[in-house]
Design a protein around this ligand. Structure first.
Ligand code: PHE
Length: 456
C-alpha cells in the first residue's frame, strides 16, 4: 500500500488560529452548556455524573474530535465526501451519512429550545420574568411551552435566522459572530455565578455539584454521560470533519482540541454553578428537567441591581451561542447536498431548513398537542434527543475512531497531526494513536451495551 495519501488542495477556510478556536468553540458552546448539561446533571444525581462525564470528555470525546479534525483536514472535504476521498469505494462513507441523520434529529429539538431562548429575550424585556416568586417563574415557562403557536413560530424564526447566516458563507457568518460574543457570555455567566453562590442556601447546590454519590450510577447514567460528551463537543456526526476541512495546514490539531474541550467544560460548569445553587435556594428540584434554566436564571438576575438588563443580555448572548452551534449542525447536511449532490448553496440551505422545520415542529408540539403521544415510552422531543445523543452520535463516533485508528495509515495520522513534521509532538501522537485505536472503541461499545441494559 502506498504510504502517503494524496494531499487534497485547500478550500475556503478559517482565517487565523484564533478564528479556528472561536469557530470550533462556536459549535461546541451552546444550549448544551446552559440547558442540556444542567438538565441531565440534575436528573442523574449531580457530582458523580459530572465525574463520569469528564472522563467521557477526556477519553472519548476529545480523541474523536481530534480524529474528525484529522479526517477533515486531510481530505479537505465535508463529512460524507471525506470518507469517499480517503477510502474510495468502501462503505465508510455511511459514517458520514449517519452523522447527517443525527444532525437532523438534533436540530429537531435544538431549534425548539433555541426558540424558547429567543422568546425569552422579549419576555425579559417585557419585564414579566422579574419575579421573586418561584411559582410565577415556573408558571411563566409552562404556559409558554404548552401553547401551540408561539413556540412553533419561534422555532421557525430560529431556522430562518440560522439559514440566513449559512447563506452568508463560512468565514463571514460563523467566525465574526462567535469571536466577538463568546467572551461576553462568559462574563455574564460569571456575574450570575457570583450572585447564585451568595444566595441563602446556595451551599446545597454546591454539594450537589461537587460531592459525588456513586450509589445512583447505573449503566443508563453512564450512557447519558457519554451521550452528553458527544453532544457537548459536537462530535460523532461529522460537524468537526467539516470544520477540520476549513482548518489551515499550520494549525495544531491536538492543541485546538484540548483548548476547545477545556473551555467548553468550563462554560458548562459555570452554568451549573449558576443554576444549581438557585435550584436549592428557590425550592425547585434538580430533577425538574428542561425548565431548570428558564426558571432559575431569571430569578437569579431578579435578585441583583440592573437584573433585567443583565437577564435580557443573557438571553441575547445565549441565542447567539445557540445559533453558532446550530450553524455547525446545519452545515452537515448542507455540505453533503452541495458537495455530493452538486446542489447550490441556496437550494441546499432552503431544503434543509424546510425539512428541519417539519420534523422540528413535531418535537415542539410534543409539549402541547402531542404531549400524550409516546413512542418507545418517550415523547417525540425526548425520542429525538435520546436517539441522537445516546445512539447515533456514539455509533458514528465509533466508526470515526475505527477509521482513524485502523483504516488510515499510521504514517498519515502522524503526518497530519505533526503538520508534516513541523510540530515536534511524537509522544502526543503516540498517545492519541493508542487511545483512538483501543480505548475509544472499547469504551464506546461497553458503555452502549451497558446503557441499553445488556449487562443488567
Ligand atoms: N455542542 C452543541 C451544544 O452544546 C450542540 C451540537 C451538537 C452542535 C452536535 C453541533 C453538533 O450546544
Amino acid at each position: 500500500a502506498s504510504r502517503t495519501q494524496t494531499q487534497f488542495s485547500s478550500r475556503e477556510g478559517f482565517g487565523s488560529t484564533l478564528g479556528v478556536i472561536a469557530a470550533t468553540l462556536g459549535s461546541a458552546v451552546g444550549l448544551g452548556n446552559i440547558w442540556k448539561f444542567p438538565t441531565i446533571t440534575g436528573q442523574n444525581g449531580g457530582a458523580a455524573f459530572i465525574l463520569i462525564y469528564l472522563l467521557c470528555v477526556c477519553l472519548i470525546g476529545l480523541p474523536v474530535m481530534i480524529s474528525e479534525f484529522v479526517i477533515g483536514r486531510r481530505s479537505n472535504a465535508a463529512a460524507v465526501g471525506s470518507f469517499k476521498r480517503l477510502a474510495p469505494s468502501t462503505p465508510w462513507f455511511f459514517a458520514g451519512l449517519s452523522g447527517a441523520v443525527a444532525a437532523f434529529l438534533i436540530m429537531a429539538f435544538y431549534t425548539s429550545v433555541a426558540g424558547w431562548v429567543y422568546a425569552y429575550i422579549f419576555k425579559a424585556i417585557g419585564g414579566g420574568l422579574m419575579t421573586a416568586d418561584p411559582k410565577v417563574s415556573e408558571q411563566a415557562f409552562n404556559t409558554f411551552v404548552s401553547s401551540v403557536w408561539s413556540p412553533l413560530i419561534w422555532q421557525w424564526i430560529v431556522l430562518i435566522v440560522t439559514g440566513a447566516v449559512i447563506l452568508a458563507g463560512v468565514k463571514n457568518g460563523i467566525e465574526r459572530m462567535t469571536k466577538t460574543l463568546l467572551p461576553i457570555l462568559f462574563v455574564l455567566l460569571l456575574i450570575c455565578d457570583i450572585r447564585a453562590l451568595t444566595l441563602p442556601g446556595a451551599s446545597e447546590g454546591l454539594a450537589f455539584l461537587f460531592k459525588p454519590d456513586f450509589a445512583q450510577i447505573t449503566g443508563a447514567t453512564v450512557l447519558a454521560a457519554m451521550g452528553l460528551a458527544f453532544f457537548k463537543l459536537s462530535v460523532g456526526m461529522g460537524a468537526m470533519i467539516t470544520y477540520g476541512s476549513y482548518i489551515g495546514k499550520g494549525e495544531n490539531l491536538i492543541g485546538t482540541g484540548v483548548k476547545v474541550a477545556l473551555a467548553d467544560t468550563v462554560v458548562s460548569m459555570m452554568a451549573g454553578m449558576a443554576i444549581f445553587p438557585a435550584v436549592f435556594a428557590f425550592g425547585f428540584s434538580p430533577t425538574d428537567g428542561a425548565k431548570l434554566l428558564f426558571m432559575t436564571i431569571p430569578m437569579v438576575f431578579n435578585s441583583m441591581p440592573f437584573g433585567q438588563v443583565f437577564l435580557t443580555l443573557f438571553f441575547i448572548l445565549s441565542s447567539i451561542a445557540a445559533t453558532g452551534a446550530m450553524i455547525s449542525l446545519f452545515e452537515v447536511p448542507v455540505a453533503y447536498l452541495r458537495e455530493e449532490r452538486n446542489w447550490s448553496r441556496k437550494r441546499a440551505t432552503v431544503v434543509t431548513a424546510l425539512g428541519m422545520a417539519l420534523i422540528g415542529s413535531t418535537a415542539t408540539l410534543s409539549n402541547s398537542l402531542l404531549a400524550d403521544f409516546h413512542l418507545f415510552g418517550k415523547t417525540l422531543f425526548d425520542l429525538y434527543d435520546y436517539t441522537s445523543s445516546n445512539l447515533l452520535l456514539p455509533i458514528t463516533g465509533l466508526a470515526i475512531a475505527l477509521f482513524a485508528g485502523w483504516k488510515l495509515s499510521r504514517w498519515d495520522i502522524a503526518d497530519e497531526i505533526s503538520n508534516s513534521g513541523s510540530l515536534n509532538n511524537k509522544r502526543l501522537i503516540q498517545g492519541y494513536w493508542l487511545v483512538v485505536r483501543f480505548v475509544v472503541p472499547v469504551a464506546i461499545v461497553i458503555v452502549l451495551l451497558s446503557g441499553l441494559g445488556l449487562f443488567d
